[in-house]
Design a protein around this ligand. Structure first.
Ligand code: 5GP
Length: 120
């Protein structure tokens, strides 16, 4: 499983548009694009354009409050755009026990089907 090296990730290349992605929403602070391996009919990743030291949520500090709020707010914008505002799930996998595989903070927005709880 992946470890947090603090180094660049594939998401830097997506932000730089060096590798293609299916972008669904973008502003000056955040980028939202379709997950390459979708776990639901709608599966979108939302990331900060400036990762800073936010490789994972566990690295968050008080100064990250604004970007954390912007990411969460972007999940609502994306849910509206995708027509799933009536039912969607927002997930952050933090660290190896949660199967985090890319160490650049990201929210998963999932919807378009009945979601199960607990997720397992
Ligand atoms: P994690 O497991 O770290 O919470 O989520 C990382 C997500 O990034 C996975 O769902 C994986 O499918 C997605 N992903 C990894 N590489 C790429 C890529 O190059 N492009 C896109 N669109 N998604 C990716």
């Amino acid at each position: 499983s992946a470890v947090d090296t603090g180094g660049p990730t594939i998401f830097d290349k997506i932000i730089a548009k060096e590798i293609p992605s299916d972008i669904v929403y973008e502003d000056d602070k955040v980028l939202a694009f379709r997950d390459i391996n979708p776990q639901a009919p709608v599966h979108i990743l939302i990331i900060p354009k400036l990762r800073d030291d936010l490789t994972q949520l566990a690295k968050a500090e008080a100064r990250h409050g604004e970007i954390l709020g912007q990411l969460l707010y972007a999940s609502k914008i994306v849910a509206d755009k995708e027509g799933i505002a009536e039912g969607f799930r927002v997930v952050i996998n933090n660290g190896p026990d949660a199967c985090q595989s890319v160490y650049h903070l990201h929210l998963h927005v999932l919807g378009g089907r009945q979601m199960k709880w607990p997720p397992g």
